[in-house]
Design a protein around this ligand. Structure first.
Ligand code: DI6
Ligand code: FE
Length: 401
């Protein structure tokens, strides 16, 4: 079925810019963009269907390239305790924090995890998200990491959204390995990752490189294993301190290094040279009331591609709106609305290894796009979340969500 979509303006986001086409037309066929350009130039194609978009602004479908959307329970109780004056250390001593999410995730069945994650993913989809990355990392043993990754795969099968799954077994030390972080890394490398990869559950490998998680040397062992298995890597780096995990990630041609508040200029130079995308997560910055900003000037000066994501997780970013993150990227990190939109489209696609097929409105890419009833593209960063009127097209077909 060939469809001609017209009466719209397009922010195509090619090369990370708005790259606007006024009074645009788009021809889609077999799920792909077959032609896009000014309406006056539409080739004489035989369209099966012509759709009037009513003067909308069309952007690529939004891509949330960093989420932990699958988890058991939530931590709103801890949130409330902290605001009543209970310290984080006390909460952790009571078995709270990430350990409580690990317990709840292990206790939940695959179907229970699917049901709770489905609601969160659907919330993101109502915001115009057509592609989402989902990490494991609250199971921390083979069966429970497998359960999380299977839920990610099932979400991609049952919802009209493209899901990329990332194995984050090196997120935290499971209680049964307390004091034996190197042994846990060995276990991931020798048992968990090969098994999960052979089951086709892993699109990328991630780790949390931080004093309270895993060291650069431990992360490097994991990266070497991922490379042996032919899997691309990503890294949570420089969120709370500077360990130069982002430079390590660059050495392994990582798809992305994420968080990055404490990264240095040298890290930015390494990332630019490797093409490693900087994924900024303003939801966690906001929720933790951090004050250290990622080095925006260094990232820009060295030409590092910048993506933005929700980091949706129960501990540090219970963020159910990617558009709210656009506003936070602008307000907290001083990104421009154009940079923010590029961060959830073209650069987010690259951060997932989907740069050739997703993220911008170009011939040959998937026909995933949103027709927004807005005044101008900056509206997407300007409103603080909320349900903007829009039509969502995925693989050339309009979906309702
Ligand atoms: N960085 C974070 O902020 C989260 N994970 C990570 O690697 C914390 C996740 C949690 O507290 O549940
Ligand atoms: Fe994260």
């Amino acid at each position: 079925m060939r469809t001609l979509w017209q009466h719209c303006h397009a922010a195509t986001m090619t090369d990370g810019r708005y790259a606007i086409i006024e009074d645009a037309a788009i021809v889609t066929s077999a799920g792909l963009i077959e032609w896009i350009g000014p309406r006056v130039d539409v080739p004489p194609v035989a369209a099966d269907r012509v759709v009037d978009l009513g003067g909308a602004w069309v952007t690529p479908g939004l891509i949330d390239c960093h989420t932990h959307a699958v988890f058991g329970g939530n931590r709103s109780g801890e949130f409330e305790q902290r605001l009543q004056g209970v310290s984080y250390a006390e909460i952790a001593a009571q078995g709270g924090g990430i350990a409580s999410t690990v317990r709840a995730t292990r206790a939940a069945s695959e179907d229970e995890l699917l049901a709770s994650a489905r609601q969160r993913v659907q919330a993101l989809m109502r915001d115009g998200v057509t592609t989402i990355e989902i990490k494991s990392g609250y199971g921390l043993d083979l069966d429970n990491e497998r359960k999380m990754l299977r839920v990610a795969r099932r979400l991609g099968e049952e919802l009209p959204v493209t899901v990329r799954s990332t194995c984050l077994a090196a997120h935290a030390l499971p209680p049964e390995y307390a004091g034996r972080a190197d042994d846990y890394i060995d276990h991931i490398c020798e048992q968990m990752l090969p098994a999960l990869a052979s089951e086709g559950l892993v699109d990328a490998v991630d780790a949390f490189c931080e004093h309270l998680a895993f060291s650069p040397a431990q992360v490097e062992r994991l990266f070497i294993k991922a490379r042996d298995l032919g899997l691309p890597v990503k890294l949570h780096a420089e969120q709370l301190s500077s360990l130069h995990g982002s430079s390590l990630a660059a050495r392994y041609q990582a798809l992305s290094a994420d968080h990055l508040e404490f990264m240095t200029e040298e890290d930015a130079i390494a990332m630019a040279a490797a093409g490693t995308v900087a994924v900024l997560l303003p939801g966690a910055f906001y929720f933790l009331r951090e004050t250290q900003l990622p080095p925006m000037d260094a990232l820009r000066r060295h030409g590092v591609k910048i993506a933005l994501a929700s980091d949706l997780n129960p501990g540090t970013s219970p963020g159910l709106s990617l558009r709210l993150m656009l506003n936070m990227g602008c307000t907290c990190f001083r990104m421009t609305p154009e940079e923010a939109l590029a961060g959830v489209t073209v650069h987010a696609a690259t951060a997932l290894g989907l740069g050739d097929s997703h993220g911008s409105l170009e011939v040959g890419k998937v026909a995933d796009f949103i027709a927004w009833q807005i005044e101008r593209p900056a509206d997407l960063s300007y409103w603080l979340g909320g349900d903007l009127p829009k039509r969502v097209v995925r693989l050339g077909h309009e979906i309702s969500n």
